[in-house]
Ligand binder design. Structure first.
Ligand code: SF4
Length: 476
């Protein structure tokens, strides 16, 4: 989709609105009309006192919206640009947008920064409603999450860090997956080499990590339990060797088909105190459709086995909006999860990512519309209440029509510290392994510097010395 800017250069604001109404497009800026080749195009025009958005289809204007600019400060100018685009698109596409023009990934962070500026709750609510067009329901959700996070953030130790370790292997690739994940069918022979490279990174960051209290360690992926028992023990024994004992230690056990009693024992032996066992759906037909090679029974057995082995803090990840799922399927999933009584659930709304097989074959599946998604989200929040859980963290994904949210719910005291800290970006997170993105937060200024590892497993193994060099520049 093409767009033209006149009188300003706020590409980010324009693209964020395009992503809301025209997700999964490539947006290219053009200098003028003669360069436009796409069917749909947009012009955002900023004059001294007003801002106009116009939408064109095949060169013909189909909608326009103009708004006055009441203040010249940059924030309100950007907001007016977004408002003009929002109403211009809404005239043609009457899509419910419960988050209005609030396009950031972390709505609670917005509340946080207003709290820091001394703004009261009632004023914040007014701003969200009137300036950002957020619905009452979403304002309440954002506040619930912000308050839950606040409890954890108030205990923030400025001398603490979090550690993320990525294990990018899975038994097979799920239909909707766009993560860096390598199927073990093809990459089995690379796992030991990967762990060796990871160990080299552990050795390098040891001195840096030693200067801090380690608040959380999170081993994610991929599916960390797709390592075999010897490899898992090798990984965890080295985590223990190179890092101090954290307050919270999570391993995403992820796919039930990778979980064995022995692996659960190993996790316990190395003080892992939070695991995630993820069914995504409790409907067999869906599991088959999305390419997960486990059954509903496998999940239930893995969950029960984890309990038997003494795992007292279990999260389950669920996805709503999976292909061909209807209201009854969502109810079934939540009823079954409720029977198992996990300490937390994370409810994702399905995002159709460009890099996924789902995107390539979308026409083969029946996908829920926006109204259904909203209904599914309501079902999930009602079930969370019935399970005595409250929302404690939330993030939104770009490139989703309706721009829904992913929400972590938990029982009291079971908030995942790592999840909250990564969202609020107030703590350094040392990320190790392929695709790791280290965030170094300056505790005095909150400035964030990032160091990226390469995503590909082959590159990570082959270029591990370069990854360490990159960290040398940033970790002081
Ligand atoms: S388990 Fe997660 S990381 Fe692995 S293929 Fe499925 S979606 Fe991707």
């Amino acid at each position: 989709m093409d767009y033209i800017l006149k009188g300003h250069n706020f590409d980010d604001e324009v693209i964020s609105l395009l992503q809301l109404f025209f997700p999964n497009n490539i947006y290219s800026r053009k200098a003028d009309f003669s360069e436009i080749f796409s069917d749909m195009s947009v012009i955002s025009f900023l004059e001294k006192n007003r801002c106009t958005a116009s939408l064109y289809k095949n060169g013909k204007k189909i909608s326009e919206f103009c708004t006055d600019i009441l203040s010249s400060d940059i924030k309100s100018v950007k907001r007016c640009i977004k408002i003009s685009l929002f109403y211009c698109f809404k005239k043609v596409y009457d899509i419910k947008m419960p988050w209005g023009i609030l396009t950031g990934i972390r709505p609670s962070k917005r509340i946080y920064s207003m709290w820091e500026d001394g703004i009261s709750d009632s004023e914040i609510k007014k701003v969200l409603k009137e300036d950002y067009l957020v619905s009452e329901e979403k304002i309440k959700l954002a506040f619930d999450v912000a308050y839950a996070e606040k409890n954890i953030m108030e205990k923030n130790d400025r001398n603490s860090i979090g550690v993320y370790i990525g294990i990018p292997f899975c038994p097979t690739k799920c239909l909707y997956c766009s993560f860096t994940s390598y199927s073990l069918e093809q990459y089995k022979s690379k796992v030991d080499l990967y762990l060796k490279a990871l160990l080299k990174e552990f050795e390098y960051v040891e001195d840096y990590a030693d200067r801090y209290n380690i608040e959380s360690i999170y081993i994610g992926g991929g599916t960390p339990t797709s390592l075999d028992e010897v490899q898992l023990e090798f990984l965890l024994s080295n985590v223990k060797k190179f890092f101090k004992k954290p307050v919270e230690f999570t391993v995403e056990a992820g796919r039930p088909d990778t979980i064995t009693r022995e692996k659960l024992k190993i996790l316990k032996r190395y003080d892992v105190d939070r695991i995630s066992v993820n069914p995504q759906s409790m409907n067999q037909k869906t599991l088959e459709l999305i390419g997960r090679k486990h059954t509903v029974e496998d999940f239930i057995n893995a969950f029960k086995m984890a309990r038997e082995e003494g795992h007292k803090n279990i999260n389950t990840d669920l996805i709503i909006g999976l292909p061909n799922e209807e209201r009854e399927d969502i109810y079934r999933t939540f009823e079954k999860i409720r029977e198992l009584d996990p300490e937390s659930i994370t409810v994702h709304t399905l995002a159709i990512k460009r890099a996924s097989r789902l995107k390539e074959n979308l026409e083969l599946y029946q996908m829920p519309d926006l109204e259904k998604m909203e209904e599914f989200l309501n079902i999930s929040s009602n079930f969370a209440k019935k399970m005595d859980m409250h929302p404690y963290y939330m993030y939104r994904q770009k490139n989703m029509v309706g721009n829904f949210e992913n929400i972590g719910y938990c029982k009291n005291g079971r908030e995942c510290i790592y999840n909250i800290k990564i969202m609020e970006e107030k703590q350094t997170i040392l990320a190790l392994g392929a695709g790791g993105s280290t965030k170094i937060v300056d505790s005095k200024t909150d400035r964030i510097d990032r160091i990226f590892n390469v995503k590909s497993v082959d590159d990570y193994i082959g270029r591990i010395d370069e990854m360490i060099e990159r960290k040398k520049g940033g970790l002081k």
